[in-house]
Design a protein around this ligand. Structure first.
Ligand code: SF4
Length: 353
């Protein structure tokens, strides 16, 4: 079989090859994905001690898959004050967090400075905490709303202390699917352009893919290919994070969640296909902790972090609202036969647990 020969030779795979990978059985995919994982990372599984903060759920966009935004099936609006956010960071700093991960809805009522000033305040008070903030979708929103170029927003983020960008807002790059699920949001080429500018400014970011809704397997490979092409050019992506679509409280009306088999196949294919992105993250907030642990055998070498509190995926039915305690996290990784390695936000090793 030609595809097996390519896998044996570790050849770079074309789009057509990528689609063919889905025809292979789960254990064949696991074999090749795990082989690459072991070559790159051995038995190490990375995590970080972080805190997610979602400061507002008021949004001018209306993505059909979203359960987080207040405009739709969720009538409870919130917008945190900067004092609330600082208090949250302060409390979490006592738990030893190394990163705050701040993403929000597209709130047209707060002003550009509300978004930016909080980063500066956090940096001034907690200079050792890494700030990962503002998805490309948020940058696009701020650029349109306040008539600034992407470059101006990026320069302002850097000046206010943002250290890296999260990978959200990518959803699925195929333009037709995007029109169906998130018309009005940042377009695919704009998402890629923003990350390219961020990388060219010497900064690093992550990339996500939301899967398990109305997209096909072909769309997933197309998505990964576009990321691989940009990574060839800039090398700025730290990690690829496939996000499993959560079925509750949204307008897509998807009755059946993805099977564990399809999720694991997709992790394995990501590991095989994305030969230039070092880290594949099984983000447990969308896959469940159990499946994220199994995904370690299917190419994933990162399971994100302790999170502490999570509002976006849990609004759509995920069991991630309260995070996972550090020791429990470490024990889960160890008991599944891997070595827990605490990392910082850009994958420098901090401690082997
Ligand atoms: S996914 Fe983000 S941009 Fe879309 S409606 Fe939800 S909060 Fe707004």
């Amino acid at each position: 079989m030609e595809i097996i020969e390519k896998l044996e030779n570790a050849d770079r795979l074309s789009y057509e090859d990528g689609v063919k990978l889905y025809d292979l059985d789960l254990f064949t995919l696991a074999h090749y994905a795990n082989k690459i994982r072991l070559e790159k990372h051995g038995k190490k599984t990375y995590f970080n001690i972080n805190r997610h903060i979602n400061p507002t759920n008021v949004c001018k966009d209306v993505c059909k898959f979203c359960a987080y935004s207040a405009n739709r099936k969720n009538p409870n609006q919130w917008t945190m004050t900067h004092e609330d956010i600082l208090k949250t960071v302060k409390n979490s700093s006592k738990n030893g967090i190394k990163e705050v991960h701040i993403v929000s809805a597209h709130n047209p009522h707060t002003g550009l400075q509300w978004y930016m000033d909080i980063f500066k305040k956090i940096k001034d008070e907690f200079p050792n905490i890494h700030i990962k903030a503002l998805t490309a979708a948020e940058i696009h929103f701020l650029s349109e709303e306040y008539d600034k170029s992407y470059q101006e927003i990026i320069d302002t983020m850097k000046a206010h202390g943002v250290d890296s960008m999260p990978g959200g807002g990518a959803e699925i790059f195929d333009e037709k699917i995007r029109k169906k699920i998130c018309r009005g949001k940042v377009k695919s080429h704009e998402w890629l352009e923003i990350h390219k500018l961020w990388h060219k400014a010497g900064m690093q970011s992550n990339a996500t893919m939301l899967f398990g809704h109305v997209e096909s397997r072909e769309h997933r490979i197309d998505h990964m290919l576009r990321l691989r092409n940009l990574q060839d050019e800039t090398g700025g992506f730290n990690a690829f994070i496939p996000l499993v679509f959560q079925t509750e409280n949204n307008y897509l009306n998807i009755k059946e969640a993805l099977t564990g088999q399809e999720i694991l196949k997709t992790y394995a294919i990501a590991r095989i296909f994305l030969d230039n992105i070092a880290n594949i993250k099984a983000y447990w907030a969308t896959s469940t902790v159990k499946l994220a642990l199994i995904a370690q055998e299917f190419g994933a070498n990162d399971v994100d972090g302790t999170i502490e509190k999570e509002s976006i995926q849990s609004a759509a039915g995920a069991k991630s609202a309260r995070g996972v305690a550090l020791q429990e996290f470490v024990d889960l990784i160890k008991n599944s036969g891997f070595t827990p390695v605490e990392r910082d936000s850009v994958y420098n090793e901090i401690k082997v647990w």
